[in-house]
Write a protein that binds this ligand. Structure first.
Ligand code: GUN
Length: 300
């Protein structure tokens, strides 16, 4: 079966090209210089790579980024104080705390401290609640990117059975909620599978659209996928490989080589969902500025 490879890199490039102009127009008409604060704690190498990509993308579209790099033993009190300062900082329109956090820091407490109007990751309970109710303010970037990818690939979700493997707060739960909303680019029937799901392959075999967001390298095999399904791979895992120049290679949660021939469309890793997550973060940061402008307009 011939299959389409959905290039997240190409789509993200396109979004970024458009954002460049939008950001320029917004900044010149509003006199607001848009700023994104990126907080990274500790020395997780994957987090470092993601944060570098995010900062570089900011530069590309003309947003100012401020990096706050804190030691891995930073106290909760210090981190909360930084977030409070960033909440007040007029130069900062978006705040992102890169996850995962070191074990001694409770992400719930940290994320709760971020002003929801600067929560460009869409992780604050206010924003998650608004999304769940169908009145989104900021959408979480990875699910937002996936919905956008499906839309831009003309893949219908209406009445389709979407099966998501993974129930994280970052991807699985919000993506499920977004796709079952009433409305365009949603209206799907959603099933969420996870580590305690019984006979998972019987469920995944029913998926018209299968999303793998479980964080296990090459977890989805060909016999778990219905012929003609669309497969979205959210995983990015480093797999040891003595043949690879770096001693490892990046693979997704899907065994691409065997799964792709069964699909009508599939996202690659790298170059699939990852670049879209960054494009949506930049989109949300521009939105943060636009919301602020509208608020100012209402109060003046
Ligand atoms: N870690 C993995 N994905 C994300 C994300 O989208 N945002 C943040 N802040 N951390 C992450």
């Amino acid at each position: 079966m011939s299959y389409q490879i959905i290039s997240g890199s190409k789509m993200a490039k396109n979004i970024i090209e458009n954002l460049k102009k939008e950001v320029k127009d917004f900044q010149s008409s509003s006199s607001i210089v848009l700023g994104l604060a990126v907080v990274i704690i500790g020395d997780n190498p994957a987090s470092r790579v993601y944060v570098n990509h995010k900062k570089k993308a900011c530069e590309e579209v003309g947003l100012t980024s401020f990096e706050y790099s804190l030691p891995k033993d930073v106290s909760e009190k210090e981190l909360l104080k930084l977030i409070q300062d960033l909440n007040q900082d007029k130069r900062v329109h978006g705040i992102l705390v890169q996850l995962p956090l070191p074990d001694h820091l409770d992400p719930e407490k940290i994320l709760l401290e971020i002003d929801p109007s600067k929560d460009v990751d869409g992780f604050h309970p206010f924003n998650l609640g608004q999304m769940l109710r169908g009145y989104p303010h900021f959408l979480p970037c990875t699910p937002y990117g996936i919905v956008e990818m499906l839309k831009r690939s003309n893949i219908q979700t209406e009445s389709q059975h979407v099966v998501v493997i993974g129930r994280s707060n970052i991807v699985g739960k919000p993506l499920g909620a977004m796709l079952l909303q009433k409305g365009a680019n949603a209206n799907a029937t959603v099933t969420i599978c996870h580590s305690r799901t019984k006979d998972m392959e019987k469920i995944t075999q029913q998926a018209d659209i299968l999303v793998a967001a479980i964080g296990k390298p090459l977890f989805v095999k060909a016999d778990m996928v219905k012929k003609g399904a669309v497969v979205i791979d959210v995983g990015i895992n480093a797999l040891q490989d003595a043949q690879a120049p770096k001693g490892y290679r990046l693979v997704g949660d899907v065994a691409f080589e065997e799964v792709a021939p069964r699909c009508s469309a599939i996202t690659p890793v790298p170059g699939g969902v990852g670049p879209m997550t960054i494009a949506m973060l930049l989109t949300n940061t521009l939105k943060a500025g636009q919301y602020l402008m509208n608020q100012k307009g209402e109060t003046s």
